[in-house]
Design a protein around this ligand. Structure first.
Ligand code: BYC
Length: 328
């Protein structure tokens, strides 16, 4: 258990068993029939709580995820790459807006979500706590992190909560452009000089561990999967999503002549699934709980943005304040 919260069994005892059994049965029958649950519909408290947790973390991941790539906009090679990367980063921030709106339908305010991010109370994706040292790191994110995100989001867009699914559908459409952009950048490096190929190989070596962590802890130790799958918020387990990503992208990486830093990585013909070295879950725990290489820097950037943007939000809330000095 990672977050210091209850185990599923505890939550079930404390929360689900206290729900009105008739309403709970109707709710579960609706989910069983594949209906979408909408904000004003009855839902168990635990469903609401789990959705807020997951959608809020997803929204935070989008705005924090914009940071490692964002630092490469001015240094991207060539004007076209700069333009494309700028558009991509802008999209990611837009995804956060969609997701914050979806989470707000469940009763938590956007202000509170941002405060919980900045204070370190809320989590966001592990992978954005690593530094993007080189242009190739930025290309790794655009191609492979976006690819991983699409695997997850395409599955969950078919889930049960209407506002989250609709946000995911739109996000997936935009992510598919990111994936093409990222792939194009990587092909360019792969077809380039020995130095360019080496640069991308080093990026793979740095990011592979965090990429394996990206899909969440293994099913054996995942805390929330059981209840989220039962109520069709998550449409595949963490291990299934990881396996689907490996299925789709390992062959593409190998085709380009790159290697992956895991000697055990191979498709097992007997099971039809990928064998790999178990990711370092201790490192994962440290990183998601605030002790990764860039956690402090990432949150500090958000804190400063929040502070500097306050006058804009204040002015919007107070229509009479037409002119204010941002520096006062
Ligand atoms: N990172 O019970 P589990 C993008 C936490 S952005 C950090 O398996 P669950 C992009 C988990 O929260 C898209 N924490 O959890 C943006 C829980 O802790 P708490 C990112 C993680 O929810 C810009 C604990 O570990 N995608 O792609 O059933 C540029 C136990 O885990 C992580 C999403 O956010 C992690 N990787 O399943 C480029 C997808 N994994 O809350 C690209 C939405 C687990 O109890 N989220 N934890 O303290 C999900 O689908 C699910 O939340 C997860 C985890 C599959 C990630």
């Amino acid at each position: 258990m990672y977050g210091g919260g209850n185990t599923f069994e505890n939550v079930k005892t404390d929360s689900v068993l206290q729900e009105d059994p008739k309403k709970l049965a109707e709710f579960e029958a609706r989910i069983e029939r594949g209906e979408k649950i909408e904000p004003t519909d009855w839902m168990p408290q635990l469903y609401r709580k789990q959705l807020i947790r997951m959608i809020e973390q997803h929204a935070h991941s989008e705005i924090i995820g914009a940071l490692p790539e964002g630092t490469w906009i001015t240094r991207a090679p060539g004007f076209r790459r700069k333009l494309a990367l700028m558009a991509k980063v802008q999209d990611e921030v837009g995804h956060a807006q969609l997701l914050y709106s979806a989470a707000e339908t469940l009763g938590k305010t956007r202000e509170q979500m941002i405060l919980d991010l900045i204070s370190g109370k809320s989590k966001y994706s592990n992978i954005f706590n690593y530094p993007a040292f080189t242009w190739a790191d930025s290309c790794f994110i655009s191609w492979l992190v976006d690819a991983g995100a699409i695997v997850n989001q395409l599955a969950n867009a078919k889930g049960s909560y209407g506002p989250y699914c609709r946000a995911l559908e739109r996000i997936c459409a935009e992510e598919s452009f990111h994936l093409k952009y990222g792939h194009h950048c990587v092909i360019y490096l792969a077809a380039g000089t020995a130095v360019q190929r080496q640069m991308f190989q080093e990026a793979i070596n740095r990011w592979w561990g965090p990429m394996m962590h990206f899909f969440g802890p293994s099913d054996k130790i995942s805390e929330h999967t059981q209840v989220l799958m039962k109520w069709r918020v998550k449409m595949a387990t963490n291990d299934d999503m990881r396996n689907q990503f490996l299925d789709m992208y390992v062959p593409k990486i190998w085709e380009l002549g790159f290697t992956l830093p895991d000697p055990k990585l191979a498709k097992n013909p007997a099971t039809g699934r990928w064998d790999y070295t178990e990711p370092d879950w201790e490192e994962f725990k440290r990183v998601i709980n605030g002790d990764g290489p860039c956690n402090k820097e990432r949150l500090e950037v958000r804190r400063i943005a929040e502070e500097r943007g306050k006058w804009v939000r204040d002015a919007m809330k107070t229509p009479k304040m037409s002119y204010v000095s941002p520096l006062v």
